[in-house]
Design a protein around this ligand. Structure first.
Ligand code: IPE
Ligand code: IPE
Ligand code: MG
Length: 257
């Protein structure tokens, strides 16, 4: 009995939604006596690999953590270099993403990013809006707690306006008020760079994700590391609170080996 990776109990080797904490750029640069921003620049190549490879494998949604709400605490030079890199990379890559059938979405507190980056974001989103091969979600100035607080605020406003009763607030309503509402739950979380923590990424959406930690620093994250993450995922039995026996019976009755 292997690879039970969906709630229905069907054997599914490919995760529907993959989320990635791309960590280790600074240490990669430091080990080469380079400035930190050189590490961020070197982190673009594995982003390309992830997008192409995930789309090819049939992943529906790929969410990448590019900048957290806490990353504003970094030295201003590093923050500025990152913002420049986002603008340049977005402008450079959007045509290729469009050709490859990738739809772009952004989550996070975008209003703090400045007009130039916001313009690049709007252009990229509208250019790719009809693509359907895979959705690429970029989390920029995103924090899981920020998202949860925003959802609470939105529901409270609806209650205040008399559009919603307090006893109507359940998990489905709450989820619908999150920035990540249109996305399926995360099946596989990958974090590079050796740390085993969530760092305020998708708190609600990670409730039942499989967690894969790689020691590779993000600029060194290649197809080999991604394959290892997929293999790890394919071996998990996802029980969602049930027993292994229940899942096995369900799988058997579906006729899947
Ligand atoms: C992740 O790499 C990229 C961002 C947070 C923007 P880091 O810059 O955190 O790299 P380390 O953890 O210092 O090596
Ligand atoms: C998480 O990495 C954020 C991103 C990858 C964008 P950090 O390097 O900021 O995480 P901590 O602070 O070490 O937990
Ligand atoms: Mg880090």
């Amino acid at each position: 009995m292997i690879a039970i990776a969906s709630e229905s109990g069907d054997a599914e080797a490919v995760p529907r939604h993959v989320a990635v904490i791309m960590d280790g750029n600074g240490r990669w640069a430091r080990s080469r006596a380079l400035p930190r921003h050189a590490g961020h620049k070197a982190g673009i190549k594995p982003v390309r690999m992830m997008v192409e490879s995930c789309a090819q494998s049939g992943v529906e949604v790929l969410t990448l953590f590019a900048f957290s709400s806490e990353n504003w605490r970094r030295p201003p030079e590093e923050v500025n270099a990152l913002m420049r890199l986002f603008i340049e990379a977005l402008r450079r890559e959007v045509a290729e993403l469009y050709r490859n059938g990738i739809r772009l979405r952004f989550i996070g507190q975008l209003d703090g990013l400045g007009p130039e980056l916001n313009r690049a974001i709007s252009e990229a989103v509208s250019k790719t809006r009809d693509n359907a091969r895979m959705e690429l979600v970029l989390a920029v100035a995103y924090g899981g707690r920020w998202d949860l607080a925003g959802a609470a605020r939105k529901l409270a406003r609806e209650v205040e306006a008399g559009e919603l009763r307090v006893d109507q607030i359940d998990e489905a309503r709450f989820e619908a008020a999150l920035e990540t509402a249109p996305l399926p739950p995360v099946d596989l979380l990958i974090r590079s760079g050796g740390e085993q923590r969530i760092s305020n990424f998708l708190l609600w959406d990670l409730a039942y994700s499989e967690l894969y930690f790689s020691d590779a620093l993000w600029p060194d994250f290649t197809q080999t590391q991604l394959n290892a993450a997929f293999e790890f995922y394919a071996k998990r039995q996802r029980r969602f609170g049930r027993t292994a026996e229940q899942i096995e019976v369900q799988t058997f009755s579906h006729g899947v080996p």
